[in-house]
Design a protein around this ligand. Structure first.
Ligand code: GDP
Ligand code: MG
Length: 438
């Protein structure tokens, strides 16, 4: 998914003005990319409808950066589709809180039971208990015991000769007695939805009335994930979804469709085989991941917050006419500072190595000194640097805690920069592409 979507997005990037036709073309490509990634057809249709509607609005087409505006809309709508906020599991007022893990065989129930118990032990739960209710798969009980052993979390089991409903009941009784505050029930799965298994799960549900039934879905199963979640939800009622194996080369399709079709929140994401690899699910991160753009989007947002487009236009004009002053320069520096540390900002770009940046003289300290020098100038001096003579230079150096050499250097560099800006300003496109740079 990422590659295709990225292509569509790249086409619009850096484009000055776009037409409705450009937008239509982009929507078509996004649609194909989503369908190819196995996203449910109806979901795609709704999504494209929403994005298109917003993308042909006046403020997008007439903005300085329409490509970026559309990317932003796509991103926002993806987040909307994925569930806007990360939602948490709820604990019951009366201890123990019981969670029941369900899902197909191999989806990750057993591993995730352990991961979840461990994650929640760091938060709300003090004393978790794992319960082995998969009596069918050979060595399933042993597997849970190994997981529990690694995490130092006890596992309740009655062997594989007892009915899972009875095991679950006994486990809750045991938890009450021994004051466990969280019980996570690991259940059996099948390769496909199967009546017999569903009945057993319904039996466990009725016997223990879990606070939440968490459906574990393998993110790699694509379109099939939708059918699976729908069936489980219809027969059992699901409170939340845990998507596993998001660490692999997964298609975003499953995550997109599952939430949209079932309306059930995705609560956690499995990010690897290690028992610490479970995270709360963050829709915004998933959206960025689907767009395949690293943190470019948050960078765009930061830039948009920090830069006022009108100001950028004024600045462009000033640069072209050589009226750019130290006053403007200071203003620019402040805008850039609003975005955060320079190295961090550049580090958000894909393929940029922050370590290398640190050695490349992109020096925050240096920026700080430049700022101090400019601040020690009077308004008149900032607007007309030509009047800064020897005694003024001495005063500025003293006032800013720098040296005369540094002040001289800045004045010289500023003159050179202005010349450069003039040259760039003469190339007509400057100000659109170069917005935000100085
Ligand atoms: P169950 O049949 O539903 O109980 O699934 P298991 O918990 O036995 O997991 C099946 C396989 O998937 C195991 O090899 C797990 O290590 C693996 N697995 C589970 N979750 C993840 C995950 O988030 N990432 C990766 N890479 N592997 C996972
Ligand atoms: Mg299992």
């Amino acid at each position: 998914l990422s590659g295709k979507l990225q292509e569509a997005v790249n086409k619009l990037r850096g484009k000055g003005r776009v037409s409705e036709k450009d937008v239509k073309e982009m929507m078509r490509e996004i649609k194909l990319a989503l369908l190819e990634a196995d996203v449910n057809f109806k979901v795609v249709k709704d999504f494209i409808g929403k994005v298109s509607e917003r993308s042909v609005g006046q403020d997008v087409l007439e903005s300085l950066t329409p490509g970026q505006q559309i990317i932003k809309i796509v991103h926002e709508e993806l987040i909307e589709l994925l569930g806007r906020e990360s939602s948490k599991v709820t604990f019951s007022p009366k201890s123990p809180t019981v969670f029941m893990m369900v899902g197909l065989q191999g989806s990750g129930k057993t591993t995730t039971s352990g991961k979840l118990a461990s994650l929640l032990r760091k938060q709300n739960a003090k004393k978790p208990l794992l319960v082995a209710c998969d009596v069918y798969r050979p060595a399933a009980i042993k597997q849970l015991e190994v997981v529990g052993g690694q995490l130092n979390i006890p596992v309740f089991n009655m062997g594989d000769k007892v009915n899972p409903v009875e095991i679950a009941k006994a486990a809750i009784e045991h938890a009450r007695l021994k004051l466990y505050d969280l019980v996570i029930i690991d259940t059996a799965g099948r390769l496909h939805i199967d009546e017999e298994l569903m009945n057993e799960l319904v039996g466990i549900k009725k016997a223990v009335m879990p606070q939440e039934i968490l459906l574990v879905i393998d993110a790699m199963t694509g379109q099939d994930a939708v059918n699976v979640s729908q069936s489980f939800d219809e027969k059992l009622g699901v409170d939340g979804i845990i998507l596993t194996k998001l660490d692999g080369d997964t298609r975003g399709g499953a995550a997109l469709s599952v939430k949209a079709v079932t309306g059930k929140p995705i609560k956690f994401a499995g990010m690897g085989e290690k028992l610490s690899d479970l995270e709360p699910f963050f829709p915004d991160r998933m959206a960025s991941r689907i767009l395949g753009m690293g943190d470019v989007l948050s960078l765009i947002e930061k830039a948009q917050d920090a830069f006022d487009e009108k100001k950028a236009l004024e600045l462009e004009k000033k640069m072209r006419t050589m009226q750019f002053t130290f006053e403007d320069f200071l203003d620019q520096m402040q805008q850039i500072k609003k975005m955060g540390p320079l190295t961090q900002i550049l580090g958000m770009l894909p393929g940029v190595n922050t370590k290398a940046l640190e050695g490349a003289g992109l020096d925050e300290k240096k920026m700080g000194r430049v700022e101090a020098i400019i601040k020690s100038m009077t308004r008149q001096e900032r607007n007309d640097p030509a009047i800064i003579n020897g005694s003024r230079r001495k005063r500025i150096a003293f006032g800013s805690g720098t040296t005369i050499q540094e002040v001289n250097k800045l004045l010289k560099e500023f003159e050179e920069m202005k010349k450069l800006m003039k040259a760039m300003g003469d190339m007509s496109k400057f100000g659109k592409k170069g917005k935000g740079r100085f």
